[in-house]
Design a protein around this ligand. Structure first.
Ligand SMILES: Cc1cc2nc3c(=O)[nH]c(=O)nc-3n(C[C@H](O)[C@H](O)[C@H](O)COP(=O)(O)O)c2cc1C
Length: 302
């Protein structure tokens, strides 16, 4: 006796996944579909798999073209997820207005994704009303943005931000070894674009590889919470294992910025004696205590 199909669908809907767009290229041009059945298969040789419904045109196109690319969507690309699943009414050409490039096989690689994988079709297996396509990875790359689009129970989503459980609060004497990015967020009247900060961080890390801390200094209190969040997400892909700290400026958004930082992977906060321009140490400590974030001694940085 087999499981009831509705039960099966409902149970599978409980399984959360990322979202990809699978693309291929043939005499008809580009083809694309949304898929979440993507999985890593083998390291040596590098193989991945996708499962594609037999009734889809993409099924035969991939099999005949013998190649496909997997584009891992970021949380900002829900529109792409819907577009390539045929969920946007009126969209006939799924690639209209979508920027792509090619890598190894000629399949379109979407820009602004988390990562992409370009494959030669290695094998195809019977998977009931789907086929299991195994791809040999010929080329792959990642972009800087590090937050994936998720799919669960027919809803699109993203990871909830988890508040740091512990943080260090440094004063100027503790962060002498830190690599400081001054005016990290520009000026209040002229906020710095995220790309500018990413470029500055890259440059700083090129000249001082693996510092004990990369400290974003917001003396002019230019950061607003949304900008700060985007900036922290964007530099996450650049800093590698280097811890990131924030020296929050003393503007009206200061404590909101501290909260955003603590929810965006920042575990080091820095105060300065110049409390006209920076959040004061007692205010940082008080805030952390009220939020029940454990305060680590500054030595924990070493
Ligand atoms: C989040 C999500 C994940 C999907 N994953 C798959 C998948 O792994 N395999 C598949 O065959 N279809 C999957 N689909 C459905 C296809 O994207 C959809 O049937 C296809 O794009 C429709 O193409 P058509 O309009 O050309 O028939 C998924 C759809 C969504 C919204």
């Amino acid at each position: 006796m087999s499981v009831n199909p509705e039960t099966f669908k409902a149970v599978m809907g409980q399984w959360p996944s990322g979202v990809t767009v699978i693309t291929t290229e043939d005499a008809e041009g580009f083809g694309g579909m949304t898929a979440s059945s993507f999985s890593s298969v083998s390291l040596n040789p590098p193989l991945i798999s996708i499962c594609v419904a037999r009734y889809l045109r993409m099924h035969d196109r991939i099999r005949e073209a013998g190649r496909f690319a997997v584009n891992i969507l970021s949380k900002d690309s829900q529109e792409h997820g819907m577009r390539f699943a045929g969920m946007l009414p009126g969209v006939e050409d799924r690639f209209a207005g979508v920027t792509t490039r090619t890598a190894s096989t000629g399949c379109p690689v979407l820009t602004d994704t988390l990562g992409w994988i370009d494959c030669r079709l290695w094998a195809s297996y019977d998977g009931g009303d789907h086929s299991i396509f195994v791809g040999e990875v010929l080329a792959a790359g990642i972009d800087d943005t590090a937050v994936p689009l998720l799919y669960h129970s027919r809803s699109w989503g993203q990871f909830a931000d988890v508040l740091a459980e512990q943080a260090t609060v440094l004063d100027a004497a503790d962060d002498g070894d830190a690599l400081v990015i001054p005016d990290a967020f520009g000026q209040p009247q002229a906020p710095a674009p995220v790309d500018t900060l990413v470029a500055r961080v890259r440059e700083a890390l090129d000249s001082t590889p693996a510092p004990s801390l990369l400290l974003l200094d917001d003396r002019p209190s230019a950061a607003d919470p949304v900008q700060l969040r985007q900036a922290l997400q964007a530099i996450a892909g650049v800093v590698g294992r280097t811890p990131v700290g924030l020296r929050p400026g003393a503007g009206p958004m200061a404590l909101a910025n501290v909260l955003v930082a603590l929810k965006s992977g920042v575990h080091h906060l820095s105060a300065a004696s110049d409390t006209d321009h920076y959040v004061a140490m007692p205010d940082l400590v008080d805030m952390l205590q009220r939020m029940q974030v454990g305060i680590l001694p500054a030595a924990a940085l070493a």
